[in-house]
Ligand binder design. Structure first.
Ligand SMILES: C[S@@+](CC[C@H](N)C(=O)[O-])C[C@H]1O[C@@H](n2cnc3c(N)ncnc32)[C@H](O)[C@@H]1O
Length: 429
């Protein structure tokens, strides 16, 4: 083994040594306090251990690894630690920046002086009512119907921080500071992310965060980020990040040996909605039209935006059965488009797998972590359907393993009976 690879592995071992919580590797629980992963709490992430276990089980060490649904960058960051060049695709611009900031290299002195500049300049920024009016009215007191996300003083302070960060010339430093600011927003807001949406905290009016709480949290997060970079900045430098819709961006990927990913599940959960606060406040979206257009670029796993639900790529007997069953109970579903959305979901993934088939190495591997969904009594067995589709387009199954049981939605009584499965496929010839 070369010295640099051995050093790399030592760094990786030191990093994952901190995975302390016993929990399934498909959950983010073991890694919420792990350096890099603690930069932003991303509930939908899997653990780096899932990625490293797969890599170490392979006979040949992969050179390029692809994650078309990058999220907070778990696959990509873990691969960088392992000395493998990652390619990540992510449609949500805040999450793409989060990933890029984890994968980039920094000069620690630049970060320290940016912190000083920020603290010196922030009081000089003047925020006007016109600045506030650019955001959805629920964001700032007095809000709508006596509800708001941030008090007026706090929202002013957040916008002051953002204005200084936006004035940074170094794009890497600017992106990193934006991510730190993004990671403080929900924790100091009056809401928490619950299930598929936001929910006001208990007694939120009396317990609203103050400007001091925000500033303390921001500095604490920034120090953690700088500490992680100081400790682990020597991980591999190479990476590719494609920002946008993987159904399009996959065409820009040359080739890959291994792909590990977890797409959104067909459970009508719209990630754009959930990360709306970060997207608006950090200027990734500036109008409802931009928000709608971002939602339309996401995988067709939800019904919040009106769009075409045509299915052109998914050939599966099982899917036909499920669609038929869903159509039969269409009247009782909370949205009439759910049956077609389910078909469209598999069409999107089928199209992606088809494109990936033209780029995967002959001895390459694709590992997907997917969760089943349920609508009324109808179960959508995602891994089984995807397996049929993958086989129909030139893959064969290497392994299929249930990783854990997920809960059904509140409407379904929160029963713990949906499978989250790892489906591992390889080219069939
Ligand atoms: C389950 S999460 C992935 C989590 C990731 N494995 C991790 O550990 O951070 C799915 C991700 O897919 C992204 N996504 C949804 N539609 C997409 C699309 N069309 N192209 C690229 N990314 C998409 C979502 O924004 C979300 O970040």
């Amino acid at each position: 083994m070369s010295t640099s690879l051995a050093n790399q592995e030592n760094l990786f071992d030191k990093w994952v040594d901190q995975l302390k919580v016993e929990a399934p590797h498909s959950s983010n629980q073991p890694s919420i306090n792990l350096p890099y992963q603690r930069w932003f709490r991303f509930k939908e992430a899997y653990s780096p251990q899932l990625v490293s276990d797969i890599v170490s089980s392979l006979e040949t060490r992969p050179v390029t690894v692809l994650d078309p649904f990058g999220g907070c960058g778990t696959t990509a960051v873990t691969c960088q630690f392992l000395g493998i060049t990652p390619t990540a695709i992510e449609v949500n611009p805040f999450l793409a920046d989060l990933t890029q900031s984890k994968l980039s290299q920094y000069d620690l002195n630049d970060l320290k002086s940016a912190k000083l500049d920020l603290l010196q300049a922030v009081d000089r920024i003047h925020i006007t009512q016109k600045d506030i009016d650019k955001y959805p009215p629920t964001f700032c007191e007095p809000g709508i119907k006596d509800r708001w996300l941030f008090s007026e003083a706090l929202f002013h302070r957040i916008l002051q921080y953002k204005a200084v960060i936006n004035s940074f010339e170094d794009q890497d430093v600017k992106r990193l500071f934006k991510v730190v600011l993004g990671s403080c927003l929900i924790p100091v807001s009056n809401v928490l992310i619950d299930g598929k949406g936001r929910k006001y905290r208990k007694n939120w009016l009396e317990n609203q965060s103050k400007v001091d709480d925000f500033e303390e949290l921001f500095l604490q997060k920034l120090d953690e980020v700088i500490c992680d970079i100081r400790e682990y900045g020597a991980k591999t430098r190479d990476f590719n990040l494609l920002k946008g819709d993987c159904r399009e961006q996959i065409k820009n990927v040359q080739s890959f040996d291994l792909s590990i990913f977890s797409p959104p599940y067909p459970n009508t959960f719209d990630y754009t909605d959930v990360y709306n606060v970060e997207l608006w406040i950090l200027d990734y979206i500036k109008s409802n039209e931009q928000c709608l257009s971002l939602r339309s670029e996401t995988l067709r796993s939800h019904v919040q935006v009106k769009r075409d639900y045509g299915n052109i790529y998914a050939k599966s007997f099982l899917l036909e059965q499920v669609e038929k069953q869903l159509k039969e109970i269409e009247q009782n579903l909370w949205h009439k488009d759910i049956p077609s959305m389910v078909g469209a979901y598999f069409s999107d993934l089928g199209g992606l797998l088809m494109e990936m088939r033209t780029k995967i190495a002959v001895d390459g591997n694709i590992i997907m972590v997917v969760g089943d969904s349920a609508y009324k009594s109808i179960r959508v067995p995602v891994a089984d359907i995807l397996e049929e589709i993958a086989i129909s387009i030139g893959y064969k199954t290497h392994k299929k393993e249930v990783l854990r049981k997920l809960r059904t939605s509140y409407q379904q009584g929160r029963r713990q009976d949906l499978d989250e499965t790892m489906l591992w496929v390889v080219p069939s010839s």
